[in-house]
Design a protein around this ligand. Structure first.
Ligand code: NDP
Length: 496
């Protein structure tokens, strides 16, 4: 493995050796298309402004540790103001507006996202650390697709299967994480708005910039003031949003720990709640699987977005008879991945989103070694500045190891083996989570059998990490409840 365009400035103009034996020239995407302001305000009632108490926090580029901007930190008074703006917009404008009119705004937002997709992709890579090829090909197109998809539902709610004239809930308080900042904003906003609700959105502290650019898109689309409000801040801001008595619906994506705290905080309030929480997915490879395809699926399953994915295939379950072969092929494949500058179009693995997350990954990986699993990473030089973690594979993992039980949320794969389909199911289900799973086999009957037995909201067959706005996504048990995406995603925003 080599560092592609590593340390952007250093590598510029030079070539890097690859495991394939030939050279890659750096292919950096230009930052020119994005203009990052030194200061950002809150977006309340259609306008940007400072937080009432004037507090701010920095957002940094995790690949370089450079401070990108200072961002307003919303306090209780700002939450009050945003919820009140959302309430007024709900009662006077958005709620009474015919669905066919609401749809026009959503289509407009989708179109603008497409038009400004390069700008969004570059900004998201800079603020989050994820590779430009992922923001360009996944995050931004999918975000636009969600607005298109839900625009189509806005005037058809009577036919969505929830009875005639289903009613919106009112004001939605939405708290999102840092792993897919714009995409999670789209997952939350698009169905809420289509159903006739207004929104107060709290992006993650480490990735506020794309949500603020989306707020600018709302202005550009001439969305009525107060329909979407964006409050940047820390966990306490999120806590104030969800607990606000003027909020009718809470939607949260993030850690199970915070999800539980939110559920406790709003219990008995009558607020409708959906939680999309963590996961520890099993990616199950049978001996009759197309191994080369499975290798790509394993890599995509755990190394996509540096493994910062709630549905990441972080536990690889391989049938014992092919385990050695699969691990050998996997290692060879990992030697070809390129880690480095997120803005380089050749980069496969970008930066870890924050120092805090890097510490967590480092600590859990050390626990894996201490508990007796064998750790392996391809030869890999990490950039000197920024937060980086080499792709890591643990073999000899047992089910009791922390790395097999806890969500690492990083580029770390635990390999376990099984002999029979029954054993695979038992091991796959041996987790408090239940968000996703993968199965690799050439037998259709086995796919159906596994899909029925595995307790996961999503089961991918001979593929992994496939997302579509028309397809519902969500979990069981400690992975949360409620569905996002598809017709089911509307239910969380309607009085049904
Ligand atoms: P959190 O669950 O803490 O953060 C998610 C969002 O909730 C952020 O916007 C956060 O704000 C906000 N928040 C934090 N505390 C509260 C609160 N008490 N009430 C309301 N909102 C709150 O995730 P972290 O970023 O701290 O990551 C910790 C771990 O969680 C990761 O290591 C990973 O394992 C897991 N995780 C799982 C995700 C998933 O999609 N399943 C997504 C992100 C993390 P702020 O950013 O300011 O803290």
């Amino acid at each position: 493995m080599t560092v592609s365009g590593a340390e952007a400035e250093k590598a510029a103009g030079s070539t890097v050796a690859t495991g394939a034996g030939w050279e890659y020239a750096p292919a950096p995407e230009s930052r020119e298309i994005v203009s990052i302001e030194p200061q950002y305000g809150l977006f309340v009632n259609g306008e940007f402004g400072p937080a009432k108490k004037g507090r701010t926090f920095p957002t940094i580029n995790p690949a370089t540790e450079e401070t990108l901007a200072r961002v307003a930190l919303a306090g209780r008074q700002d939450v009050d103001q945003a919820v009140s703006a959302a309430r007024t917009a709900y009662e006077q404008v958005w709620g009474p507006m015919p669905g066919s009119e609401r749809a026009k705004y959503l289509y407009r937002i989708a179109r603008i996202l497409q038009e400004r997709s390069r700008e969004f992709a570059v900004l998201e890579s800079i603020d989050n650390g994820k590779p430009i090829k992922e923001t360009r090909d996944v995050d931004i197109p999918l975000a636009a697709a969600h607005f298109f998809y839900y625009a189509g539902w806005a005037d058809k709610l009577d036919y969505a299967g929830f009875g005639p004239q289903p009613r919106p809930l009112g004001v939605a308080g939405q708290v999102i994480p840092w792993n897919f900042p714009l995409l999670m904003a789209a997952w939350k906003l698009a169905p809420a708005l289509a159903a006739g609700n207004t929104c107060v959105l709290k992006p993650a502290e480490t990735t506020p910039l794309s949500a603020l650019l989306l707020a600018e898109v709302c202005q550009q689309a001439e969305l009525p003031p107060g329909v979407v409000n964006v409050l940047t801040g820390a966990g306490e801001t999120g806590a104030a949003v969800v607990a606000h008595p003027g909020v009718d619906k809470v939607a949260f994506t993030g850690s199970t720990e915070v999800g539980i705290a939110i559920a406790e905080a709003i219990a008995g309030s009558g607020k409708k709640l959906t939680l999309e929480l963590g996961g520890k997915a099993a990616n199950v490879v049978f001996d009759d699987a197309p191994i080369e395809q499975a290798i790509e699926g394993i890599v995509n399953g755990i190394f996509f977005n540096q493994g910062h994915v709630c549905c990441a295939g972080s536990r690889l379950l391989v049938q014992e008879s092919v385990a050695e072969h699969v691990v050998d092929r996997l290692r060879r494949r990992l030697e070809t991945l390129r880690l480095g500058d997120p803005l380089d179009k050749n980069t496969d693995i970008g930066a870890i989103n924050s120092r805090q997350q890097l510490d967590k990954i480092t600590e859990l990986s050390a626990a894996g070694e201490a508990e007796g699993a064998q750790r392996w990473s391809p030869p890999c030089e990490l950039p000197k500045k920024g937060y980086w973690f080499a792709p890591t594979v643990f073999t000899g993992v047992s089910q009791s190891h922390r790395i097999a039980r806890e969500e690492i949320f990083g580029p770390v794969l635990s390999v376990l083996t099984f002999r029979t389909p029954e054993e695979a199911v038992t091991k796959a289900n041996n987790t408090p989570y239940g968000l996703s799973a993968g199965v690799w086999t050439e037998k259709g009957s086995r796919i159906l059998w596994m899909a029925q037995k595995m307790r996961a909201g999503v089961v991918w067959a001979n593929t992994y990490n496939r997302f579509d706005p028309a397809s519902p996504f969500g979990g069981y048990r400690e992975s949360g409840f409620g569905r996002e995406g598809g017709r089911h995603g509307l239910a969380g925003y309607l009085d049904v």
